[in-house]
Write a protein that binds this ligand. Structure first.
Ligand code: SF4
Length: 440
């Protein structure tokens, strides 16, 4: 899952917002570590600063001092610097988005043929151009929703307030928060916790909202067939302390583990352990259901992270390998149930099983929260391809053999859906079924 970003926006009736936006995007950092940026509005102008690197490593006190205003937006990304500013006939605006535009080449070519020029190949510039084509921001956002195919959440800062929108299927999460006179919109609810804000509600799929002095307004809702919330958010992408569509991520992850334990009635392991971090909830659920003691077997090296997430598969594997050390005293001579979120190629879980065995583990039984991944993400949320997917090339037993585990089990699709707790027709499950949501 590589192509993630996080968006945040905050409108306050009377106070400077930059510090809160800074904390907001800091709490979304797990969604993108390569670039970060903040834009605010004051004194009839938009002020913007973007950096390469982590929020906490790059924004200085001086930056925060320069970004004045009671309204602003922020962004973290693996792909490019955002927000970006565009100057249109409606005035200056800043825009940021989380997601992927599947038909960007076609849309860009259409605009070029109509005489428009671009200064970059980025999707965010394309979205800005689509919006500024219209006479007002609302019609610009509607045009964008009608033209763009893909998964996205958008925030846009104008002199009058913040526009925000979610794609008509609602693939990417977007949630509203409030506190006193302030209203916020965020990719994940955990950004509200640090600001003492409460969850107001999720932005609905296809909904275009406007936050201003007058409060929160739904401007329109683009017609959709049915929502298709990305199921991977609960399994991997979102942070364990977030709530999406009213479902706490921790609850879904614990349920994944419970479902796996229910199918393992005869398991007599010494301990159940997670692959940190995304296997933690699953391991806890397995432990609660089975009564097998929960232990940590891997220690995450706090200083292993580089300044940004590397983009090649090889360097990601290398990062994964060096950032975890085995806690040998917990492992030696033990029969271990090891929980992880998913298996893409199988190389990372293979390293982990090998390291546990090298440290003296007697047996390692791998349990996976998601069903086997049989298709790439058709909506551009991840760049994995068919040829990378272990489940496309090997049987479950073939994968077990390759990763060196004593046993391997995945959740079934039905158990996975039950564990999340939403109706299957409201979820995108395409990477587990191979069927696009349009074919449901
Ligand atoms: S295909 Fe998979 S990763 Fe992509 S939106 Fe659907 S559930 Fe999420």
């Amino acid at each position: 899952m590589e192509e993630n970003c996080g968006v945040f926006g905050l409108f306050s009736a009377d106070k400077q917002v930059v510090k809160d936006i800074y904390y907001g995007i800091f709490k979304l950092q797990h969604r993108g570590q390569r670039y970060c940026g903040i834009a605010t509005y004051s004194s009839a102008d938009i002020h913007i600063i973007t950096h390469k690197g982590f929020v906490r490593h790059t924004f200085t006190e001086e930056d925060l001092h320069l970004l004045k205003g009671a309204v602003g937006i922020g962004h973290v990304s693996l792909k490019d610097r955002q927000p970006v500013i565009l100057i249109s006939r409606m005035g200056k605006f800043a825009i940021a988005f989380s997601g992927n535009i599947l038909n960007s080449i076609k849309l860009r070519n259409q605009l070029k043929n109509e005489g428009h020029s671009f200064s970059s190949e980025t999707d965010i510039e394309l979205l800005g151009k689509l919006i500024s084509y219209e006479k007002d921001f609302l019609n610009g956002m509607i045009r964008l929703s009608e033209k763009v195919k893909g998964a996205y959440s958008i925030v846009m800062l104008t002199k009058d307030g913040i526009y925000a929108a979610r794609d008509p299927y609602g693939f990417k999460p977007l949630i509203l928060g409030k506190k006193d006179g302030s209203l916020a919109v965020s990719s994940e609810s955990r950004a509200f916790d640090i600001l003492g804000m409460e969850i107001l509600r999720d932005v609905e799929p296809g909904e275009i909202i406007f936050i201003s002095k007058k409060g929160l307004n739904t401007l329109t809702k683009i017609k959709n067939s049915q929502p298709a919330f990305c199921a991977f958010e609960w399994a991997y992408t979102a942070s364990i302390d977030s709530v999406i569509e009213g479902i706490p991520v921790i609850r879904a992850r614990e349920n994944f583990g419970k479902k796996l334990a229910e199918k393992d009635k005869n398991m007599s392991a010494d301990l159940v352990a997670p692959v940190p971090f995304s296997g933690i909830g699953c391991a806890l659920g397995y432990h609660h259901s089975s009564g097998i003691p929960y232990e940590e077997v891997f220690l995450i090296d706090r200083f292993a992270s580089r300044s940004y997430t590397p983009l090649t598969q090889e360097s990601r594997d290398e990062e994964a390998r060096i950032k975890l050390s085995v806690i040998k005293e917990n492992v030696r001579g033990k029969k271990i149930v090891l929980c992880d979120d998913s298996i893409v190629r199988g190389t990372q879980i293979q390293f982990k099983v090998m390291e546990l065995k090298n440290a003296g583990a007697k047996e390692v039984h791998v349990r996976i929260a998601c069903p086997p991944l049989v298709a790439p993400c058709f909506y551009g949320i991840s760049t994995r391809s068919y040829r990378e997917l272990a489940a496309k090339k090997f049987s479950v037993d073939g994968i077990r053999e390759r990763i060196g585990a004593d046993s391997l089990k995945y959740n079934t699709l039905d158990d996975f859906i039950d564990a999340i707790g939403l109706h299957k027709d409201h979820l995108c499950l395409s990477c587990f079924t191979g069927k696009r949501v349009e074919e449901r």
